[in-house]
Design a protein around this ligand. Structure first.
Ligand SMILES: Nc1ncnc2c1ncn2[C@@H]1O[C@H](COP(=O)(O)OP(=O)(O)O)[C@@H](O)[C@H]1O
Ligand SMILES: [Mg+2]
Length: 317
């Protein structure tokens, strides 16, 4: 296991190392065995830290593995390396407890301009031989994180249920709150969409995922929901009610477990109602990613981006 953060490094390969020359990730393949397409690239991105990117990445990876998909993952947050450590912990726990936990083919890459071509080559190689490649971005704005957006078939942006988090997606003001204009991250996504369109990629499916939802119905929760509905239409994303604030999401890191593993012998957790609900939340996200039951997401019209686009202001913002 190599956890040096400075170069692209595989820390675990559950399968033989891929050797095929890379397809560009934008050109996902059609296969009969693996659902509608293979080589899909899923990017967890939001330039704010602590919104749940790595937690969501880990849960989605395990959900896809349990669904029988082959999955590779790349930690683009070389500084924090949360996803890498989560997966290392899973590997160690599985070994020490003799559990048959599934692992992705995981790699880690440092941020920075120099690593973009290296990351691209790695992503191409992984996408050529895996059903899904999950990229976990840092919670900062850097060239690699920006580039990752343009590689996304699906971009998932977790946001905490707060207008502070929404402020990165859009300028919001007034009573009741209304979307006034674009903000830094939606601008970054727009630019990523344009770069992707210029390289011939299919449009990015952008999912804004509410995280750490309060169990209580509050005015803030309702207002955030209404604003996200408006945002979905204006910036071309779909909004998904993701995960409630649950202690269990914070308790499993050291064992490398997810809420989907709680029924496994050796997990050492007695399942309660909150855990069952958490599992349903993860399955709902997996369904949205796999195109099953995606109707639960509140969809906006996809934003068009491309070389001919004259209006960078995000589908009418
Ligand atoms: N739904 C949730 N309920 C409770 N805690 C959560 C939830 N989602 C994430 N967390 C916690 O929030 C913190 C930040 O999550 P993390 O996935 O590291 O965010 P990011 O990768 O965006 O920086 C961690 O302590 C994590 O355990
Ligand atoms: Mg993280």
């Amino acid at each position: 296991m190599n956890d040096l953060p400075t170069r692209a490094s595989a820390i675990h390969s559950g399968m033989a190392a891929p050797s095929m020359a890379g397809l560009h990730g934008a050109a996902a393949r059609e296969t009969a065995d693996n659902g509608p397409s293979a080589g899909n690239i899923i990017v967890l991105g939001n330039e704010k830290g602590g919104t749940g990117k790595s937690t969501t990445a880990m849960h989605l990876i395990v959900a896809l593995l349990r669904d029988g998909r082959s999955v590779a993952s790349v930690d683009l947050d070389g500084h924090q390396g949360t996803l890498t450590r989560y997966i290392e912990n899973r590997r160690s726990f599985a070994e020490s407890e003799g559990m048959g936990l599934q692992l992705p083919d995981h790699h880690r890459i440092a941020g920075g301009e120099a690593e973009i071509s290296e990351a691209d080559a790695l992503i191409d190689r992984l996408a050529a031989s895996r059903d899904y490649v999950v990229l976990d971005c840092p919670g900062t704005d850097n060239p690699l994180a920006r580039h990752a957006i343009s590689r996304a078939d699906i971009l998932i942006t977790p946001v905490n249920d707060s207008f502070i988090d929404l402020d990165l997606l859009a300028r919001i003001g007034g009573t009741p709150p209304r979307v006034l204009g674009p903000s830094v991250y939606s601008q970054t996504v727009w630019e990523g969409r344009q770069r992707r369109a210029m390289s011939g990629g299919r449009p990015i499916d952008w999912i804004v995922l509410r995280n750490r939802l309060s169990p209580l119905d509050s005015r803030n929760k309702k207002n955030v929901g209404l604003t996200l509905d408006e945002l979905a239409r204006r910036i071309g994303c779909r909004c998904l009610d993701g995960f409630h604030e649950r202690v269990i999401f914070r308790q499993l890191f050291l064992q490398g477990l997810t809420v989907l593993d709680l029924r496994e012998e050796g997990a050492g957790v007695t399942l309660n109602m909150s855990h069952v609900a958490a599992r349903q939340e993860i399955r709902r996200l997996a369904d949205a990613v796999l195109g099953r039951g995606a109707g639960e997401a509140r969809a906006g019209s996809p934003a068009k981006a491309g070389p001919g686009s004259t209006d960078p202001m995000l589908a009418g913002l």
